[in-house]
Unconditional design. Structure first.
Length: 187
């Protein structure tokens, strides 16, 4: 584990920037940025445009290690460069921001009031690639709509992936989200 990155996360000054929109959410992010779907004709073009958007955000003088301690990246962003270096290296070496990698591949259908991560059959290969790109940690998520068994399913799903990540020397983040409008939420 990189001690400098660990110390930065442990101090936790600032916040974590979520730059991890995936294929499903990227068209909406681009549209909010002012780029309509007719501006690209393929996934490759779409991801190229969103990388330009993320590059503009990351290279902004306001985007720095004084305001945030981490940034969560989508796999495609991890595989691209900013300023002639891998995105994760740019974040750490130039901006003093610790890079994390979103590893979930979306959420499964709701079961017992919760959506857990879809299976991650290629997680070991993804983690190996992420090591070569100097990512520090991983981010995964679940969504809980109702109290009860879904909460347990969500914790189990996250725990399995957390143990695989942390066993590889990673600093894992788990995002267990719930809805504020769920019936019985106060229980």
């Amino acid at each position: 584990m990189d001690v400098g990155k660990y110390d930065k996360v442990r101090a936790g000054t600032g916040f974590i920037a979520a730059l991890d929109q995936s294929g499903g959410s990227t068209p909406k992010a681009l549209k909010l940025y002012g780029i309509n779907e007719d501006a690209y004709s393929s996934g490759e073009e779409m991801f190229g445009l969103v990388h330009k958007m993320r590059t503009r955000i990351i290279t902004s003088p306001s985007f720095d290690g004084d305001r945030m301690f981490g940034a969560i990246l989508f796999e495609d962003t991890m595989d691209r460069d900013i300023g002639g270096m891998p995105t994760g290296d740019y974040l750490w070496k130039v901006k003093d921001i610790v890079p994390f990698l979103k590893i979930d591949k979306g959420l499964a259908e709701e079961t017992h009031g919760a959506q857990v991560m879809k299976p991650l059959p290629d997680l070991d290969n993804l983690l190996e690639r992420a090591v070569s790109k100097h990512m520090f940690g991983t981010k995964m998520r679940s969504f809980i709509r109702l109290p009860g068994e879904g909460w347990t399913l969500s914790l189990r799903s996250s725990s399995r992936s957390l143990s695989r990540s942390s066993g590889s020397g990673w600093y894992p983040l788990s995002s267990l989200r719930s809805t504020s409008t769920a019936p019985g939420r106060s229980r």
